[in-house]
Design a protein around this ligand. Structure first.
Ligand code: SF4
Length: 224
């Protein structure tokens, strides 16, 4: 059978508030598996919940995946749009890119938190403009936005620039994380640091390797 004859069929179950009993989830997964589903896209952080006075016996053995951290600081899991999973609009492949960013940077310790989103096109279903780092695929490369946030003081991400390859995206995200290791402070958000520093200074440092001016070091100390 030619590849062009292969269609994608999808079923996106409405799970109100994203909460489902483990029994119902098992039933759903088993019935999807029975008719041939191979992968499922989970949106946001998946959390299993127990009630009791002690951590359940066998927890360490059962919890086989690296755990997400919900403490304030650190690099959170990449938020990914549907792109290759079940959307045909993506301008460049982005799923591997998102997974590589997770593989390299997830849970990197920072005093501040860092949210990253990847979107396959400008429709921005993963809301990259509301994240500290947002990546949007265009036909000719990847646009990088910086400084977006929701929370108490929402901010819209600003355009850092375009890069041509996945590797350049990964390297740029790495340099932003290194910047935040040095200059980020608890409760700071990247957008407010950039606003104080100036986007051009930040861009020159991240994109062109310009040194940071001494006088702006520790700029985030006074943030909220
Ligand atoms: S951002 Fe674009 S590629 Fe991603 S799910 Fe939305 S429409 Fe599809």
């Amino acid at each position: 059978m030619s590849r062009s004859a292969i269609k994608k069929f999808k079923y996106s179950p409405f799970i109100s508030a994203g909460v489902i009993s483990v029994d119902d989830l098992l039933t759903l997964v088993e019935s999807m598996k029975k008719i041939g589903a191979k992968n499922v896209k989970l949106t946001g952080e998946t959390v299993f919940v127990w009630e009791g006075t002690e951590k359940p016996e066998g927890f360490e053995k059962a919890a086989v995946y690296q755990a997400n951290q919900f403490k304030f600081g650190g690099v959170r899991p990449v938020k990914m749009c549907s792109a290759e999973t079940f959307c045909a609009n993506n301008k460049l492949p982005v799923l591997d890119l998102a997974m590589k960013i997770d593989e390299l940077y997830h849970n990197t310790h920072l005093e501040m938190k860092m949210l990253i989103a990847v979107a396959g096109c400008r429709r921005s279903c993963s809301e990259p403009s509301t994240k500290d780092v947002g990546i949007i695929a265009h036909p000719d490369g990847y646009q990088i936005l910086v400084g977006g946030a929701a929370g108490f003081k929402p901010m819209v991400g600003q355009n850092l620039g375009m890069v041509a390859t996945e590797q350049e995206v990964i390297d740029t995200v790495g340099r932003i994380i290194e910047f935040c290791k040095v200059h980020g402070r608890r409760s700071a958000r990247l957008g407010r640091i950039i606003n104080k520093l100036g986007l051009e200074t930040f861009r020159a440092h991240i994109m062109d390797g310009a040194p940071m001016p001494d006088e702006v070091l520790d700029i985030a100390d006074e943030e909220e």
